[in-house]
Design a protein around this ligand. Structure first.
Ligand code: PMP
Length: 359
């Protein structure tokens, strides 16, 4: 017995854990500076950790009320109805829900290149087809409606990532509106704001007030520091009121994830600190690195370092883990997540050292 033919599906390869890398390098995991997965170096809000402890006993039951509480709290936060909030296991889960809700076999999805791999993967799992629009490197990966419309051919879903992974560029709400205006009624524009908190940018959520062709993705994995809990959400058009119950994986966001997310939403100080830290870090990296970098609205910076594979390897030997962007189609670039100030300073110093050595 074999599964169906999966040869057309690329595997998702997550970064390796600190323990495994440290063992290989003969180092203490504590010594590693891991800046490869856009995680929050300050961790989760202490209130979120306390909520997990407090509700530990509740893992016995399905997350019924916590799920509803989180949807209600997020509806309040974004001024939408509870039915418009689709809570999921990470924003990845919401991407799947949108695929389920939107795609018939053979329907096409338009995704950015370079870009986040899971949009296309999810579309394919749901028997969709994937086409791409290119972000122009010589124009700093700028995103406008035109960038997408140049190649748009009536696709069912268009993904826009703002801030964009891995480049850090953004699409303004005005451009998202122009894009949605110019596309067919049956095309949904999904604005992925996984890194939205770090940007000085108006969220596309307000577009949901008067239109039914835009959805927004958000997550607790980045600015809220809850990547390990797997909780994210989509905000969808009002007209989709009964769709969530039909497409969601039941209880995909766990009781503890929902409770921690609720606590995190109430800790503005922690969020502010995390945002400030990322904004400081991205400016510091841009000013300090001896390599061309791109303006970033996220908690990371893309740097053109020459041979990314070599640089990543050499940095790993020095205990600094960054993302080699070869899999994004940028074999000369690395993506560096902002760490604590100390981590960011040390990483910049070591990156410059490696660049000098291998030039
Ligand atoms: N969108 C983008 C652009 C991302 O970079 C990521 C995570 N790397 C996600 C969505 C998914 O995040 P999560 O599932 O952890 O919420």
């Amino acid at each position: 017995m074999q599964p169906r033919d999966l040869s057309d599906h690329s595997p998702y390869v997550p970064g390796r854990g600190d323990e495994e890398v440290a063992r290989e390098l003969g180092m203490d995991p504590e010594e590693l500076i891991t800046l490869s997965s856009n995680e929050n170096p300050h961790g989760a809000s202490p209130d979120a950790v306390a909520a997990i402890r407090e509700h530990a006993e509740a893992i016995r039951v399905y997350p019924k009320s916590s799920h509803a509480d989180l949807r209600a709290r997020l509806a309040d936060r974004w001024d939408v109805s509870e039915e418009q909030v689709w809570v999921s296991a990470g924003a990845d889960g919401s991407i799947d829900y949108l695929s389920r809700a939107m795609l018939e076999p053979g329907d096409r999805v338009l995704v950015p290149e370079p870009g986040f791999a899971y949009y296309g993967m999810s579309a394919k799992y749901h028997h969709g087809e994937v086409s791409t629009y290119s972000l122009d490197r010589s124009d700093s990966f700028t995103q406008t409606a035109e960038t997408v419309l140049d190649v748009y051919e009536g696709e069912r879903i268009i993904y826009v990532t703002s801030p964009h992974n891995p480049t850090g560029s953004t699409m303004s709400i005005e451009e998202v509106r122009l894009l949605a205006d110019a596309t067919a009624e049956e095309t949904l524009v999904v604005v992925d704001e996984a890194y939205g908190e770090f940007a000085e940018l108006t969220s596309a959520v307000s577009l949901l007030d008067d239109r039914d062709d835009v959805a927004v993705l958000r997550t607790f994995s980045k600015a809220y520091g809850l990547a390990g809990l797997r909780v994210g959400y989509a905000l969808v058009p009002e007209a989709w009121a009964d769709a969530y119950a039909r497409v969601n994986t039941p209880f995909a966001a766990s009781e503890l994830a929902c409770r921690a997310a609720l606590a995190a939403l109430d800790d503005d100080d922690h969020l502010e600190r995390s945002i400030e830290s990322a904004r400081w870090g991205r400016e510091y990296l841009r000013e300090t690195l001896d390599a061309p970098t791109f303006e970033s609205a996220g908690n990371f910076v893309l740097a053109a370092v020459g041979d990314a594979d070599r640089v990543t390897e050499a940095l790993q030997e020095e205990g600094v883990i960054v993302r080699d962007c070869t899999s994004f189609g940028l074999p000369d670039c690395i993506r560096i997540t902002t760490g604590t100030r100390e981590e960011t300073r040390t990483a910049a110093e070591r990156i410059n050292g490696v660049l000098e050595r291998i030039e």
